[in-house]
Design a protein around this ligand. Structure first.
Ligand code: SF4
Ligand code: SF4
Ligand code: SF4
Length: 295
């Protein structure tokens, strides 16, 4: 059997982490958007039986970990996993596995193709070196099931609503069902000239509930796309993400913005400093300027 490099950095890069028990390691397996095939699951079960202790651990980032693999068995275990196309995850100061909810593949609220985006992000960024761990999440709508705003990069499906007066019956329901209290009824000309329903764009969370639930179809989707968050993190010093762009309609532009955010972090981030903490240190205006060209 080929000798494997058991240097911690090499193993971490390849998703193999040292356990506290001497000579034992865990194998971190990548499930992009949380998806694994039945064949891959069977292979993982086989490896867990043969080289672990017959069990797996499900990680908080939709991954599967096989614990208690002796160092002498790491290479064999990896080979079996590879044979079923099972890929290893990442650890250390690198881009981690991209998580995603099912999005519009199966969820009635899904506004975007979360799995497609997660796969694209995986192919462009996974396992690249950065100043510290770097996490990305894609979530299909404002229900935010994958917690986009707790990740270094978060993408959320978004709808920008617009009120059209023609069919509105003035029932007032939208004011009540808007979860962000962003809709307001406004009388025009002291009520003589009628009324209109306005959205406060800053408060609106682009959830599309008004569009879906207005009985008269008076709310329409003016624009659809992606809300892009940057700099979210949990851990020791939590920070909710900053909205970089409320709606980006073009998928390729979305990747370009993420690429620029990534470059910004690599340029300014200090070792062991999360992206969000770097943003707080150098100022969100500077970051916006670098990524969006805004000041
Ligand atoms: S975030 Fe939205 S689209 Fe994704 S699973 Fe939750 S409800 Fe469905
Ligand atoms: S729910 Fe629709 S019909 Fe009712 S007030 Fe709002 S826009 Fe008008
Ligand atoms: S999209 Fe959601 S948050 Fe925005 S106005 Fe409509 S219901 Fe309110």
């Amino acid at each position: 059997m080929a000798e494997i490099d058991t240097g911690a950095a090499t193993l971490n890069r390849d998703g193999v982490l040292r356990q506290k028990q001497p000579d034992y390691y865990l194998l971190r397996i990548k499930a992009i958007a949380g998806d694994l095939t039945a064949t891959q699951l069977a292979c993982i079960a086989l490896v867990a039986e043969r080289y672990g202790r017959g069990a797996v651990h499900l990680s908080t980032r939709q991954g599967v970990e096989i614990h208690h693999v002796h160092k002498d068995n790491i290479e064999s275990a990896r080979r079996v996993l590879q044979s079923a196309g099972v890929q290893m995850g990442a650890s250390g100061s690198r881009v981690r596995v991209i998580v995603a909810c099912p999005g519009n593949a199966t969820c009635k609220w899904g506004a975007i193709e979360t799995k497609k985006i997660a796969k694209e992000l995986d192919s462009r960024f996974f396992n690249l070196e950065v100043p510290y761990k770097f996490k990305m999440a894609v979530t299909g709508c404002s229900n935010n099931c994958t917690k986009a705003n707790e990740n270094d990069i978060g993408i959320r499906g978004a709808t920008e609503p617009e009120w059209i007066s023609s069919s509105c019956t003035d029932c007032g329901s939208c004011v009540r069902f808007c979860p962000a209290k962003a809709i307001e009824r406004q009388e025009e000309g002291n009520g003589v000239e009628g009324y209109r329903y306005n959205v406060d764009r800053e408060s609106c969370i682009n959830c599309s509930i008004c569009v879906k639930q207005c009985p008269a179809k008076s709310w329409i989707a003016r624009r659809q796309g992606y809300t892009l968050f940057i700099g979210g993190t949990m851990g020791k010093i939590p920070r909710f993400a900053t909205i970089l762009k409320r709606i980006e309609e073009n998928e390729e532009n979305l990747y370009l913005l993420i690429e620029k955010a990534f470059t910004c972090y690599r340029t300014h981030g200090r070792k062991k400093e999360r992206f969000g903490h770097m943003i707080d240190r150098i100022g969100v205006e500077k970051v916006r300027e670098e990524i969006l060209g805004e000041s």
